[in-house]
Design a protein around this ligand. Structure first.
Ligand code: C5P
Length: 234
């Protein structure tokens, strides 16, 4: 394994305070693969900028922070807070920051033995050659409900309505940015988790991975079509 993988893995594998591991972490645990939650990298850059009083618009300085990002220097709870999340979405729109984090993520994705990564541009930019791509989604209201439960569990003074508004704002910014906008890869399998609990979601994800691993190419194409059919109507 590459050095960044060893450095990052223990931190990204920890459970968030809600008590529920995100689907990618559970999938990684199931297949005994290292997992990287790439959102934490952008969150760490944002937290460094906040701590050092660096302007989020200062692309050069933020990229410099990204070059030296070291997740072990942060408390994961601090990184997962709502304020850092909103700031992360702003620094993530800076092309130089994304470029600075690119190599580290690519190495993690292509390490020997495989890896599980989650993040908005993994299937399109970081690992377009990934064996399996899952686009895990839920209605914005349901995501707000889950996020509100997580944040209030961490003791943050938030309201569900406030979380919902912030999520909508972040989604719009993430989808509209020039560099690596949030969008599923054409061959990603769409999973709508609005009405499934975490165990059901994991079960479905494993089913998809198994099907994909054993599937000859034409079936993979059929699944890509299914992904489009499954896409929730907005
Ligand atoms: O997923 P999470 O909420 O931790 O991500 C925080 C922010 O980091 C997102 O709103 C997004 O702007 C950015 N991000 C990204 N690309 C990734 C992961 C996260 O742009 N691969």
């Amino acid at each position: 394994r590459c050095a960044p993988c060893r450095r990052l893995f223990p931190y990204t594998a920890r459970s968030p305070s809600s008590g529920e591991l995100p689907i990618a972490a559970r999938l990684a645990a199931h297949y005994k693969l290292p997992h990287l939650d790439t959102g934490l990298l952008y969150r760490a850059v944002a937290a460094s900028a906040i701590n050092k009083g660096i302007d989020f618009q200062d692309e050069r300085e933020c990229a410099l922070l990204a070059t030296h990002v070291e997740l072990s220097e942060f408390d994961e709870r601090e990184l997962r807070g709502a304020g850092v999340g909103a700031a992360a979405s702003v620094v993530a729109s800076l092309g130089a920051v994304r470029r600075a984090l690119f190599e580290l993520q690519r190495k993690f994705a292509h390490q020997e033995g495989g890896a599980v990564l989650d993040g908005r541009d993994i299937g399109t930019v970081i690992a377009p050659d990934a064996d399996v791509k899952l686009w895990v989604d839920a209605s914005v209201e349901e995501r707000a409900r889950r996020r509100f439960a997580e944040l209030s569990g961490m003791g943050e003074a938030v309201t569900e309505h406030g979380v919902l508004e912030q999520l909508k704002e972040r989604d719009a910014r993430d989808a509209a940015r020039k560099d690596a906008p949030m969008k599923p890869a054409d061959d990603a399998i769409w999973m709508d988790t609005t009405r499934t609990n975490p165990d059901q979601t994991l079960e479905k994800a494993i089913e998809i991975v198994e099907e994909r691993r054993g599937a000859p190419k034409p079936v993979a194409k059929k699944m890509a079509r299914k992904a489009v059919e499954n896409k929730p109507k907005t």
